[in-house]
Design a protein around this ligand. Structure first.
Ligand code: GLV
Ligand code: MN
Ligand code: MN
Length: 427
């Protein structure tokens, strides 16, 4: 392991700030600057071009695939060996901070810059990647680019996804100039590493520097279309109503009751992040509601049971309120365990640098869980301030916290990049 090299934490933080200024907005609630780079918007395009320029300036050869994933490659001493890939995403939710995803991408870039400055080469090539629409906040399916790259979602299905304005992924990729030509099916890297903010309170509360991520919990998303009958709020007797808003409220409360029942385990989480009534006026009974349900559980069987239970409740809510409820499953991933050897390497790298560390299960979805189908994959978490709040402009990891995580990334990436050719690579 290379102990002598360390990254430039101040440069990393400046680079995070510069990317965070693209798609920046003034959050009226906190008065803070937030980030809005929803996937494949003009702001995402600008962020992508900025990072591609940084990659080229660091000497990386940049390639773009047909789902808009971007790969910057640094040659290895034996350039035929499979690369060690570092990456994450730079798209954001509409109310983001500047660290989610960006730390993994710009952290990977910082590793490259550090090696460049030191005049070091590695046996295996290194690749820095950012994947399209990890958030799923615009087109409804999370980890979209990495799921296409690893074969879980067919390219044509991904291209056909549409946002609420009926714009397709394919057209929007073309509009921002990131409909690449490379085959999206990724050849297996030697290993994949992702440094990310924890996005929760665990590490910060425990005063721990580094999270050794053991896996990612299961995720299930539904999009709901609830249709009742719109009517005058003042004149329509309560007995004659089919209120789509009330049906949505019943579902939301049923989710809370499912959590409280304990039937789906102590870690079960459930959220209705979108409840959008139509026409959305003070004196009109909502005739339609578009809503989403997000279920998470580290136990895949319990997640399956929770999904079945809420689907059964959709029928009950429809009956009780006299509405129709249709659901579409827009995302579903099981619990994913990360590679044991990479976890060990992350732990040892943290120890060698004198960082405290703890094993942690990720509550958020990540590109690393997709890549784990192709190659050994693992993640390094760093704590966040303010209970690790994320998907919010208050999201904050300090320069030191970010630098610690990326130093661990550097150590593990460099060690893996010195691993000799496997028998398969020699044949
Ligand atoms: C991605 O940020 C997620 O929703 O887990
Ligand atoms: Mn993320
Ligand atoms: Mn996110």
């Amino acid at each position: 392991m290379n102990q002598t090299l360390s990254i430039d934490g101040a440069r990393l933080y400046r680079t995070l700030d510069a990317l965070g200024a693209i798609g920046g907005f003034e959050d009226p609630h906190s008065g803070l600057r937030g980030v809005c780079r929803l996937a494949l918007t003009a702001a995402d395009g600008a962020g992508r071009r900025h990072v591609v320029e940084l990659m080229r300036a660091a000497g990386l050869e940049v390639r773009i695939d047909q789902i808009g994933n971007v790969f910057g490659r640094r040659a290895g001493q034996n350039d035929r060996l499979r690369p060690v890939m570092m990456g994450s995403h730079i798209d954001s939710v509409a109310t983001a901070g500047r660290f989610d995803g960006c730390l993994g991408v710009l952290g990977g870039l910082e590793v490259i810059r550090t090696l460049n400055d030191a005049g070091r080469s590695t046996l295996r090539p290194l690749v820095v990647a950012f994947f399209t629409d990890e958030e799923g906040a615009r087109f409804g399916t999370d980890m979209l680019g990495s799921a296409v790259a690893t074969g879980r979602i067919p390219l044509k299905d991904a291209h056909a996804l549409r946002d609420r304005q009926d714009l397709s992924v394919r057209d929007e990729l073309a509009a921002i100039g990131f409909l690449g030509t490379d085959e999206p099916r990724l050849e297996a890297p030697y290993a994949y590493l992702e440094c990310h903010i924890e996005q929760g309170p665990v590490l910060r509360t425990a005063g721990v520097d580094i999270g050794v991520v053991t896996g990612v919990q299961g995720i299930c998303w539904h999009e709901l279309s609830i249709v009742g009958r719109s009517a005058h709020a003042g004149t329509t007797p309560m007995s004659l109503r089919a209120d789509a808003g009330v049906a949505a409220a019943r579902i939301n409360l049923a989710l809370r009751e499912m959590v409280a029942s304990g039937r789906f385990g102590p870690e079960f989480r459930a959220t209705m992040g979108v409840i959008a009534p139509y026409p959305g006026l003070v004196n009109v009974v909502p005739g339609q509601v578009t809503a989403t349900v997000d279920l998470r559980d580290p136990d895949t069987a319990l997640l399956d049971a929770a999904e079945a239970a809420i689907i059964a409740f959709y029928a009950e809510a429809a009956r009780l309120e006299g509405v129709t409820i249709q659901h579409r499953r827009s995302a579903r991933t099981p619990y994913v365990a990360f590679d044991a050897d990479i976890q060990r390497r992350v732990a040892e790298a943290a120890d060698a640098r004198g960082f405290s560390r703890a094993a942690i299960v990720s509550g958020a979805g990540h590109d690393a869980q997709e890549l784990s189908r192709l190659c050994p994959a693992g993640m390094v978490f760093v704590p966040g301030e303010f209970d690790g709040i994320s998907h919010n402009p208050r999201e904050l990891s300090t320069e030191r916290q970010c630098a610690d995580g990326v130093n661990v990334l550097l150590d593990v990436a460099c060690a893996l990049a010195e691993q000799a050719a496997t028998l398969e690579e020699l044949s």
